[in-house]
Design a protein around this ligand. Structure first.
Ligand SMILES: *Cc1c(COP(=O)(O)O)cnc(C)c1O
Length: 397
């Protein structure tokens, strides 16, 4: 007999009962806690840990994470409001992203949130808004380095970028910051996401720290309050043959690197920021089988949600070649044979595929499937309005 798939100690029918419906996203606090503990244990003790709301901005989840992290990174007014509700201290919140508008900047200035400046134009608007509001801004500078990381995932640094200030322009922008009479509270660099190779992260962190150290020496901006945010990019395994990131190797290398950097700059503090690594495996997406259909030798399981709820699992959020996320079935049927099926959503588009040619125990109409590794870039990264089906609910256990 196959035991049913359990998540947060419940089988899928219990999770659906708790959600009151399917489709649903279910997140588990205990997994989040384990992930944070694993990062903390791996990283040097004095390194600050920030959570990026972009990965999963569910307010209750963010509040839970905030108690265990040193900072929250936001990229919009809505995320800012969530972070303010979750965090004891506005100064532990930082705001990045290209195209921050005046309303958002004024909110950040008023709250005392640290703004990661990403262009000269943005800096000028900050100065005007701060003057008008009569506040002193907390500014950090996001740098677009003159290198990019070697591989995979999404690359967000090197070459021309909408993100951050080119390394070559950093000295000029710093001079502008000082000419306004502001401090620069730190430097920020984020070069990629979903990296599974420890070697690549180690190399990126070393190069980022060297670059920041060089800028510090040139600009003499370091003091005991400066924070070097060296990004994250920590990946999690989604697909067959993906291997877990060796986060301990990353932490050990960072410890060694920091010892040498801190000989020159003993007062700086280093932060890493991550979203996916904290929440990615702490969530699942549940959908219900609406139809079983045969077409020219193939079995299709049509479930009641797809790319409208979980764009990433259908391969439409930046995947070059579509690969299957891990999918599990819940079964109360004993002795059912396995079969090869394609799991598709209800949308009238060939893009709506959750799993192609996967082997699972036979499911009937009314049974449930769960897509694992769905805690990051799931609910909030999907076009719920597309085709007008019911939206999923979110549940935190
Ligand atoms: C997207 C993003 C993150 C989070 O990336 P993860 O892969 O979820 O860890 C962090 N910082 C910045 C600046 C980002 O753009």
């Amino acid at each position: 007999m196959n035991s049913p798939f359990l998540f947060a100690g419940r089988d899928l029918s219990e999770l659906v009962a708790l959600s009151g419906q399917s489709p649903a996203y279910v997140y588990e606090r205990a997994s989040v806690d384990l992930n944070i503990a694993a990062i903390r244990k791996a990283l040097p003790e004095n390194v600050l840990l920030h959570y990026s709301l972009k990965a999963n901005p569910m307010p209750q989840l963010v509040s839970h994470i905030a108690t265990q992290c040193d900072g929250l990174d936001v990229t919009s007014q809505k995320e800012m409001i969530t972070a303010l509700g979750a965090s004891k201290s506005a100064s532990a919140i930082s705001f990045s992203g290209p195209g921050k508008n005046d309303t958002e900047l004024l909110a950040a200035l008023t709250a005392g949130i640290t703004i990661h400046v990403e262009s000269q134009g943005e800096l000028q608007r900050i100065e005007q808004l701060a003057n008008r509001a009569g506040v002193t801004p907390r500014i950090s500078m996001r740098i677009n380095p003159n290198f990019s990381i070697r591989q995979s995932g999404m690359v967000m640094g090197g070459g021309p970028q909408p993100f951050g200030i080119d390394e070559e322009q950093a000295a000029d922008v710093l001079a502008t910051i000082f000419s306004y009479g502001f401090r620069c509270e730190g430097l920020h660099c984020y070069v990629g996401s979903q990296i599974l190779s420890a070697d690549i992260i180690i190399e990126a962190q070393a190069r980022i720290l060297d670059m920041m150290s060089r800028l510090l020496t040139e600009a003499q901006l370091a003091d005991e309050r400066s924070v070097f945010n060296i990004g994250g990019g920590f990946g999690i395994p989604y697909f067959e043959n993906d291997r877990e990131l060796d986060i301990c190797a990353v932490g050990d290398a960072l410890a060694t690197k920091l010892e040498s950097i801190q000989q020159a700059h003993n007062s700086i503090r280093v932060a890493v920021e991550t979203g996916r690594y904290i929440v990615g495996n702490a969530g699942i997406y549940i959908a219900r089988v609406t139809d079983r259909k045969y077409s020219r030798g193939k079995v299709y399981l049509v479930v009641n949600g797809g790319l409208n709820h979980h764009l990433a699992a259908t391969g439409n959020l930046g995947q070059v070649i579509r690969r299957n996320y891990p999918i599990r079935n819940w079964t109360a049927h004993d002795n059912q044979e396995h079969e090869t099926v394609s799991v598709v959503g209800p949308l009238c588009t060939p893009l709506d595929v959750l799993g192609s040619d996967i082997k699972m125990q036979r499911l009937e109409v009314g049974d449930y499937i769960a897509v694992l590794q769905s805690g990051a870039y799931g609910f909030s990264a999907s076009p719920h309005e597309f085709l007008g089906h019911q939206a999923p609910v979110e549940l935190l256990l």
